[in-house]
Design a protein around this ligand. Structure first.
Ligand code: HEM
Ligand code: HEM
Length: 467
């Protein structure tokens, strides 16, 4: 089978401080546990849509489980895994040891405790009101912010003491992501100016800054490191990277109001958000072109690697799914898609197709080289294909169903018609979601196989210092 037979084995073991390896591994396995838990809840929610009478108890009600799903996959899975990878990338590109291992280890405990407390609170109905992705009550989110702030301090000190003249482009993105996230969480949780429509505007700002200034720059920063390293060539253009960085910083922070197009917030604010949402195409073209042109001529290497295909898919989804977002912001299309399942498809195409695939690529690139333990190529292949096929089934079902839903509302047909027409698409989502969930179980097993040995055997193959 092509998906396994031609993959090359890793060519090097990195001679890294074993304590750092263990720390990174702790971040990755914690995040993997959250991925399994969070997406099990996601799958249950998908079942709930098709079978509303399944296990009707308050703890398992949609209103409680939905925020558990989103917050766990955001703060438990994606955040911890990205932080774990950044703890390797920032010191390596600064040619310095991590400023403090202890600080990041404490931060790991703090973040894990905050997510666990958040889940317990949400299960008992204790939440911050109906404010998407900020349903955790403030003391819980304060803990999360402390974990982020500790890691920011640690990485900032590492970059400040760097042994290189320039700050490598990855670190621009990664440090910016940490700084923005602290700013955004503070803005979102300070209550005194948030009432009536002001609260809505802050909600739009927070939602979009969360995805656009935490997950997006973090995974892009990681990709700016892993992609050239795995391909063994420099990034195509440093200038394109800088252009994409600054347009991301400027345009993205102006587009939060596109979540509330046609709502009673000022029309001019909506228009600014729509214009800059479209302006995001500059960022998308610059970033995607940079990655694809770096890959150009290396497609054989990508075919032989088991981590690079994840990067290829992640980069393609970065462009397609974000571009889809720019279209969703247009009034003519928002009119059809807003409030429909189309938006849920966009959320998963971006968070899953773009963010998760790049994280998986980074994990498969790094862990085997740090620990010397390589997962089965067959299982990595199955993870890849199940996740990709599952996502495509999930998203196409919701995009088609969501468009029909929107058209049904516009035609002023009875609301129940739009519910009935969704039934087959909801069933397809369950099928897609099952594939995605199974792929996560395989990924978890692969993470287990890639664990560091109690005493690391070094100097196995050639010890490379290159990744
Ligand atoms: C050019 C970049 C992007 C633009 C212009 C954009 C635009 C949009 C728009 C207009 C919506 C609201 C749709 C509606 O409710 O009618 C939306 C929703 C959403 N987007 Fe994007 N998007 C972009 C990239 C991304 C990325 C990279 C991510 C994830 C990393 C993301 C995650 C989400 C999520 C999770 C929602 C759902 C929010 C909710 O719960 O209502 N988007 N996006
Ligand atoms: C087995 C895989 C997954 C399944 C079956 C699944 C299922 C679901 C379901 C049923 C919802 C509720 C949709 C609604 O309210 O109409 C949802 C929402 C959401 N999920 Fe997932 N999910 C999965 C994986 C993930 C992952 C890995 C992420 C992020 C890393 C994610 C991010 C989100 C987001 C952002 C929303 C809110 C969507 C919106 O309001 O637009 N999901 N998911």
């Amino acid at each position: 089978m092509a998906i396994v037979a031609q993959k090359s084995k890793i060519d090097e073991i990195i001679d890294e401080d074993q304590k750092l390896t263990r720390l990174i591994y702790s971040y990755i396995y914690s995040s993997t546990a959250w991925l399994i838990f969070g997406t099990l809840i996601g799958l249950f929610l998908a079942l709930r849509f098709a079978y509303p009478d399944l296990w009707v108890v308050s703890v398992l009600s949609f209103g409680r489980l939905r925020p558990i799903h989103t917050n766990v996959v955001f703060w438990g899975w994606a955040s911890l895994s990205m932080i774990g990878l950044s703890l390797y990338v920032v010191p390596r590109t600064s040619q310095r040891r991590l400023f403090s291992l202890a600080l990041s280890r404490q931060a790991l405990y703090v973040i894990n405790v905050s997510v666990a407390l958040g889940v317990i609170c949400l299960s008992f109905g204790i939440n911050n009101g109906g404010q998407e992705y900020r349903e955790f009550i403030w003391p819980v989110m304060l803990l999360f912010a402390l974990g982020i702030a500790s890691n920011l301090f640690n990485l900032y000190k590492t970059v400040a003491d760097r042994n290189t003249e320039e700050i490598y482009i990855s670190n621009w993105y990664i440090l910016a992501a940490y700084i923005w996230t602290i700013v955004v969480v503070v803005i979102a949780y300070i209550p005194f100016y948030q009432y009536s429509l002001g609260e809505t505007i802050i909600q739009g700002y927070y939602m979009h800054m969360g995805v656009g200034m935490w997950f997006t720059p973090m995974v892009l920063g990681l990709t700016y490191y892993f992609l050239p390293k795995l391909l063994n060539k420099p990034i195509y253009s440093y200038s394109l990277g800088v252009l994409a960085f600054w347009t991301q910083m400027v345009f993205y922070s102006l587009i939060g109001a596109h979540h509330f197009v046609f709502s009673p917030i000022p029309w001019s604010l909506q228009t600014v958000a729509i214009v800059f949402s479209f302006g995001m195409f500059v960022t998308l073209f610059a970033g995607t072109a940079n990655f694809l042109l770096t890959m150009k001529g290396s497609f054989r290497t990508i075919g032989k690697s088991y981590s690079l295909p994840f990067f290829l898919v992640g980069v393609i989804f970065y462009f397609l799914a974000s571009g889809q977002g720019s279209l969703e912001a247009l009034r003519s299309l928002n009119d059809i898609w807003h409030f429909t399942n189309y938006v849920v498809a966009h959320s998963h195409l971006t968070m899953y197709g773009f963010v998760c695939f790049l994280i998986w690529g980074g994990i498969y690139a790094l862990l085997p080289r740090l620990t010397g333990n390589e997962p089965s190529h067959l299982l990595v292949g199955i993870h890849f294909w199940f996740a990709l096929i599952g996502l495509l089934v999930y998203s196409f079902a919701l995009m088609i169903g969501g468009t029909m839903q929107g058209q049904s509302w516009i035609s002023q047909a009875p609301f129940i018609k739009s519910v009935e027409l969704m039934i087959p698409f909801l069933l397809w989502r369950i099928i897609g979601g099952t594939f995605m969930f199974l792929s996560h179980l395989i990924f978890a097993y692969n993470v287990y196989i890639m664990k560091p040995a109690p005493i690391m055997i070094q100097n196995q193959n050639q010890i490379g210092d290159t990744i």
